[in-house]
Design a protein around this ligand. Sequence first.
Ligand code: FA5
Length: 326
Amino acid sequence: LRTEALQEIQSATEMELIKELKVKYLGKKGELTAVLRGMGSLSAEERPVIGGLANEVRAALETAFAQKSESLETEELEAKLQSETIDVTLPGASLEPGSIHPLHSVIEQIEDIFIGMGFEIAEGPEVELDHYNFEMLNLPKDHPARDMQDSFYITPEILLRTHTSSVQGRTLLAKEGEVPVRIIMPGKVYRRDDDDATHSHQFTQIEGLVVDRGVSMGELKGVLLQLIQKMFGPDTEVRLRPSYFPFTEPSVEVDIYHPEKGWLEILGAGMVHPRVLEKAGYDSERYTGFAFGLGVERVAMLKYDIDDIRHLYNNDLRFLRQFKSV
Ligand code: FA5
C-alpha cells in the first residue's frame, strides 16, 4: 500500500490529482483508514505492530502529499510567470500615423495668413435660405445671373449654398452696422456642375469681407497679393481680369501663372455693391468694402501640383501619404 501510494503521489502532475489521491488513501473511506478501522478484529499482539505500521505509513504519506503539493504549487507559479512575461525589448507593432489632408492644410495655412492680417473667422450653414445665398447679394428671383451657379434646391426657399458669399449677409446683420468688418468665412459649397479634372459638384471656398471707411480696390489687391505670395512664393505672377458678379462693382477674377498649365483662375472678387451694404443695414455713403471668394481646391492643386481635383476626395492612401510632411 505504502509503495503504491508513494509512487502515485510522485507521478502526479496536477494539484487536482493530489487532492483525489488524498481522498483515496487518507479520506474517510480511504484505504489506510480501512486498515485502521479493521484493527478491532486483530489479536492483542498484532494490534500494536499493525497500528504502528499504519501510523508510520500515514505519516509518510502525509509528508509525501505536503512535499508534492508544495513542489506542484511552485511549478504552477513558475509556469504562470513564464507565460505572462513581457519582453519589453521586443519592437512594438507600429501604427502608421495619419496626416493632415492637403485640403485642410491649405485652409489652415490661408486662415493663418489672414489672422496675421487682423481678420477673424466666421461660419455659416451649408443648407441655406435662398434669401442669404442670393437675395441679400443683389440677386432677386428673376435675375439671370442666378444661372451662373446652378443650384441644388431642397424647397423653393432652401438650397445647398452655392458659394460662401451666403455668410456675408448673416455676418453683416449680426454686426448691426458696426465697423471695421474684417472676416474670412471658410466652408463647403455645392453646385450642379459636372465633375471633371478642375470642377466638382461639392468644393470648398474661403470668402473674405472687409467693410470700413475708405476701403479701396488698392487694399483688396494688396491683401490678395499678400495671400498669394505667402502661399506660392514672392515671385508668383498674378493677374486681375475684369469680371462680373451682381454683388460686387467693379468685379475681378484673379489668376495665377503656372509654368506648365498657364493662367489659372483661383478666385472672384470686387468692391461690395452698395445695394448689398444697404440690405445688411450699412450706410453705403459712409462705408465701402471689398469681398472675394477663393476656390480652396484650386489653390491646393496649384500648390501641390495635383492634376485632378478628384484626387482630393477619393481618400486613396497612396495619394494622401505624399502629404505626410505638409
Ligand atoms: C463665386 O462663387 C463668388 N461668390 C466669388 C466672389 C465672392 C466674388 C465675393 C466677388 C466677391 P465663382 O463662381 O467664380 O465665384 O467661384 C469662385 C471660385 O471657386 C473660382 O474662382 C474657383 O476657384 C472655384 N470654383 C468654382 N466652381 C468650382 C467647381 N465646380 N469646382 C471647384 N472649384 C470651383
